[in-house]
Design a protein around this ligand. Structure first.
Ligand code: UDH
Ligand code: MN
Length: 340
């Protein structure tokens, strides 16, 4: 009986404490603090210089000083829909100026908390300066509002031989993983601008098809198994599917092969909410050097026999240069031709 009374009193006092804390002006932060405190445990305790503690001062400031805070589960900066437009006069220099706090090579870490997500954005690329400028203009603030640690990689195909999106993405994966222990890779077309920041650039249990609602397709899937545009895979997922095929030269098919690999390796494709995963595709004509690949259906018929030999485990290339630009890392690569 006394034990029960004691417990009741304890629970009552605890609830009161929590309610008071939540009502307090900085209630939200305190909730994060406790959340993080229990997540981090004592290993995150640091010992600040006592002169930096404000006495008798703000208890929360002091508490923040002695623990390394994890970012909250839901970023408080998320706003929802983003109004996208493409101001013609915008220059890349202006985009750089409007995007402070990104470090060389297009890297960012939240300043006010420790992010639990390390996402690399991998963009297959050649001759799309205008698209790149607009993507950077919207993508940096979008990722920062999600409180991610991130890096943006542009993988530029050198020369003017037929484009090969799949092979470039394999190169991007390998090169990005040399830099950092990324836990999520977003394979991202340069012309897709996300329209809602609730579309999180983080990974799920299974490979995630992200760009599911594109304006060009009436914000619907053009066909059920589509896996192109933007996808999010952990390095474990990527190695399990053996990455992209290296032998799809020209437009089409490499993303369908990639989708088949997910199934062949015993996983499934997940999708976020259609309300959030909305994109504007910047209008463009088909690029020179990226004509429709007439071999794509023949190749797709052979995926089941070839996927284990043809992919990230067999990709060959020569990096020509790696440059750390203010808003992205550019890797220019010679990926050869379909003859060699
Ligand atoms: N790309 C370049 N330069 C080129 C060609 C392609 O940078 O010369 C990159 C760029 O990132 C582009 C991506 O490759 O966004 C894909 O090429 P695309 O934009 O021409 O492809 P499309 O707009 O993609 O046709 C639509 C995706 C759905 C088609 C699904 C078919 N399986
Ligand atoms: Mn496109």
């Amino acid at each position: 009986m006394t034990i029960t009374k004691g417990w009741c009193l304890l629970v009552f006092l605890f609830i009161q404490l929590v309610v008071m804390a939540l009502l307090y002006r900085e209630g939200k932060r305190l909730a994060y603090f406790f959340d993080n405190f229990f997540k981090n445990g004592s290993s995150s305790l640091v010992f600040p210089n006592p002169q930096n503690l404000s006495l008798p001062g703000d208890i929360y400031a002091n508490l923040r000083l002695i623990t390394r805070q994890h970012c909250p589960e839901v970023s408080p900066y998320i706003r929802g829909p983003i109004h996208i437009q493409f101001p013609e006069a915008l220059t890349l220099e202006e985009v750089v100026q409007k995007t402070p706090n990104v470090t060389k090579g297009g890297r960012y870490k939240p300043t006010d908390c420790e992010s639990t997500h390390n996402s690399a954005i991998i963009i297959p690329y050649r001759n799309r300066e205008q698209h790149l400028k607009y993507l950077l203009y919207y993508l940096h603030p979008f990722l920062q509002r999600q409180q991610l640690n991130y890096g943006i990689y542009i993988i530029t195909q050198s020369g003017d031989f037929t484009f090969n999106r799949g092979k470039l993405l394999n190169v991007g994966f390998k090169e990005a993983m040399k830099d950092e222990d990324w836990d999520c890779m977003l394979f991202h077309d340069v012309d897709l601008i996300p329209e809602d920041d609730r579309n999180l650039y983080t990974c799920d249990r299974f490979p995630k098809h992200v760009s599911i609602a594109i304006d060009k397709f009436g914000y619907k899937l053009p066909y059920k198994s589509i896996f192109g545009g933007v996808s999010a895979l952990t390095p474990e997922h990527y190695l399990k599917v053996n990455g992209f095929p290296n032998n799809y030269w020209g437009w089409g098919g490499e993303d369908d092969d990639f989708a088949a690999r997910v199934e062949l390796s015993g996983m499934m494709i997940t999708r976020p909410s259609f309300r959030h995963a909305r994109y504007k595709m910047i209008r463009h004509v088909r690029d020179k050097g990226n004509g429709i690949n007439p071999k794509r259906f023949n190749l797709l018929n052979k995926t089941e026999e070839t996927w284990k030999q043809n992919g990230i485990n067999s990709v060959q290339y020569n990096v020509i240069s790696k440059e750390l630009h203010p808003l992205y890392t550019n890797i220019t690569v010679d990926i050869g031709t379909d003859k060699a």
